[in-house]
Design a binder for this molecule. Structure first.
Ligand code: FUB
Length: 320
């Protein structure tokens, strides 16, 4: 499967998080809607209200839309904007992790559970304690589950330093270390953090942390982690330079060393992805705004094969 393929023509779906459950591929995207809100750097135009779950038995097979799995009106603590979510399975339960602004317009991360991968999901009464910002990604390693999260600008990561809210939100100066994505191990019951979140530091090849002014390479949002041949790959979006990049390391906690670009910019401001192995091949799930004529807030999810070089580097996907 060398050519990219759109996965849903009947609705706008973005930020696809893909996983294999029971031998099938399940996809958990954000559900883009036309809300009439003007585009701005705060992301107010991304006013999503629910999640749908999709599945397919083969990478090039029919895609099933299982319908609404969770609606914002069912989340007791919720305000607005259901952004990129992710899922984990443990001991017979599926845990859906989602960012949502609370009633004071602060992004927190919530959990909803189901006994089926397609839901419906029942949300908890309150967000996870100590959670903030957006884009949760769950990675399981040796029976431990970790959440990576964070996103700049509309994702509010610049409102925190070392996991604590600050009085005057701002990004670091250009020559200071970039604001990192965060990682926290999940508790045994999967419902809370088991530890204070820690930074995911991305180093350049000289071993120095990427700086905030390095917009071509620094982390912006859309954390994803996968393991290939025993190495941990941390991939992410550079946001305002619109690239998907990756860095590699020897531990889920990093540090990670910057390696290169997975995908050059697509049509639309955002770029966001997941990486999945299925039946011996690797795939990149992502979105673009081509079908909506370039409307950044109306995105369509896609999949394309991802290839590695023999040294483990990822071949850059260009001009998709
Ligand atoms: O879908 C809303 C936001 O746009 C996501 O949370 C970001 O990663 C970006 O894709």
């Amino acid at each position: 499967m060398k050519e990219p393929r759109y996965l849903a023509n009947h609705a706008y779906m973005a930020d696809p998080s893909a996983h294999v459950f029971n031998g099938k591929i399940y996809i958990y995207p954000s559900h883009d809607v036309e809300s009439g809100i003007a585009e701005n750097d705060n992301g107010d135009h991304f006013d999503m209200r629910d999640y749908h779950v999709f599945s397919m038995e083969k990478i090039d097979g029919a895609v099933t839309d299982h319908g609404e799995a969770l609606h914002v009106s069912d989340i007791p603590w919720g305000g607005r904007q259901l952004w990129d979510c992710d899922i984990a399975f443990k001991n017979g339960t599926y845990y859906l992790y989602f960012p949502l602004k609370d009633k004071t317009d602060i992004f927190r991360i919530g959990v909803a559970t189901s006994d089926k991968p397609e839901g419906p999901f029942i949300p908890r009464d309150a967000p996870m304690k100590g959670s903030f910002s957006i884009d949760p990604c769950i990675f399981e390693d040796n029976g431990n589950y970790y959440m990576y999260f964070g996103g700049l600008w509309g994702g509010q990561l610049q409102r925190y330093r070392d996991g604590k809210a600050i009085e005057n939100p701002s990004e670091p100066a250009d020559d200071e270390p970039a604001l990192p994505s965060r990682i926290a191990k999940l508790s045994d019951d999967m419902l809370e953090f088991a530890e204070e979140s820690k930074p995911i530091v991305i180093l350049d090849t000289d071993g120095k942390p990427l700086i905030a002014g390095d917009h071509e390479r620094r982390f912006f949002e859309a954390s994803w982690v996968h393991k290939y041949n025993g190495t941990y790959y941390f991939s992410y979006s550079t946001g305002n330079t619109h690239k998907l990049c990756y860095a590699t390391g020897d531990s889920p906690y990093g540090p990670f060393t910057y390696q290169g670009v997975i995908m050059t910019p697509v049509v639309g401001w955002t770029t966001h992805h997941s990486i999945l192995e299925f039946e011996g091949k690797w795939y990149l799930f992502y979105h673009d705004s081509k079908p909506s004529g370039g409307k950044t807030w109306l995105r369509s999810m896609k999949v394309v094969e991802l290839e590695y070089e023999s040294d483990g580097s990822i071949k850059t996907l260009e001009g998709l």
